[in-house]
Design a protein around this ligand. Structure first.
Ligand code: SF4
Length: 278
């Protein structure tokens, strides 16, 4: 069965890539990063570093898939008439903030990787059935609850840092070569190797961010923050998508540019359970 790394460019998935490239894990075929169009500048800088590392160390091929661009689609939603649903906030009939349905992970993170596997790993036409394929997902033991059952019958989710696989029927298997790791084990591994630890990866406009993350972005990456402000303004009126109340990136249902962030608030409001953040 082919082994494919789903590369989110966060701490865990990048570690899988590096370990596999260094043959500390079995050699995977390719690592696929689905670029949604507006990761942080620090993440794109890390991607450049990783490509250089790959060349210097004969690492596994890195494929960057970027035909679909969530950032562009959100900014242009009034032109395209299409709302790529991110987990943004809007006030409900009771006046309390509620979160919109999240479709972005499946559409912009998972499907592009699946399409790459069909088109380039197997060279199959659209609609053709893919052979069973092991897709590595970087989840450590401290966040094991994020394991999921793949929807696609051809896919086996492989969690090397949990030592488990899950197929589309929910059958759980063991990964004989895996040694379960928690996040801090993985961080120590980077330090031992002298390899820089990647920044947290997610779309800069992701509504799941804590106030602390928003504040740090505003202070240290003002251009990224401005990109998020543009998305916040673009999604405000989403009535054409059936959302009657104004839509916001921030949980307070205030324009992002006006929010006074609470630096003590460090809870993320959800998890992009594809490969974002890992
Ligand atoms: S990081 Fe957030 S906005 Fe981006 S795809 Fe994941 S859930 Fe959606």
């Amino acid at each position: 069965m082919k082994q494919i790394i789903s590369l989110g460019l966060g701490v865990q998935s990048t570690a899988m890539y590096l370990m596999s490239s260094l043959r500390e894990l079995p050699e995977a075929e390719v690592a696929i990063f689905s670029d949604t169009g507006k990761e942080s500048t620090a993440t794109y800088d890390y991607l450049d570093y990783l490509k250089r590392w790959q060349k210097q160390n004969g690492g596994i091929k890195i494929a960057v898939v970027n035909e679909k661009n969530l950032y562009r689609d959100l900014l242009n939603k009034s032109n395209t008439g299409r709302f790529a649903s991110i987990p943004a906030f809007t006030a409900g009939t009771d006046g309390k903030a509620g979160m919109l349905r999240r479709q972005c992970t499946g559409e912009y993170k998972i499907r592009p990787v699946d399409d790459y596997i069909r088109d380039y790993v197997y060279g199959l036409p659209k609609g053709a059935r893919r052979p069973q394929t092991s897709v590595w997902i970087g989840i450590t033991t401290d966040e094991a609850e994020r394991m999921s059952i793949p929807r696609e019958r051809w896919k086996v989710n492989n969690y090397p840092f949990l030592g488990m696989t899950v197929d589309s029927h929910g059958n759980v298997g063991r990964v004989p070569w895996a040694v379960p790791q928690n996040r801090s084990n993985v961080m120590s591994w980077y330090r031992r190797k002298g390899i820089p630890i990647p920044p947290k990866s997610s779309c800069v406009f992701c509504p799941y961010q804590s106030d602390h993350t928003w504040a740090m972005r505003k202070r240290h990456a003002p251009e990224d923050f401005q990109a998020a402000v543009r998305v916040d303004q673009a999604i405000r009126n989403s009535t054409s998508q059936g959302v009657n109340n104004p839509v916001y990136l921030h949980r307070s249902c205030k324009p992002l540019a006006e929010v006074e962030f609470d630096l003590t608030q460090n809870i993320e409001w959800g998890e992009c359970s594809g490969t974002c953040h890992v």
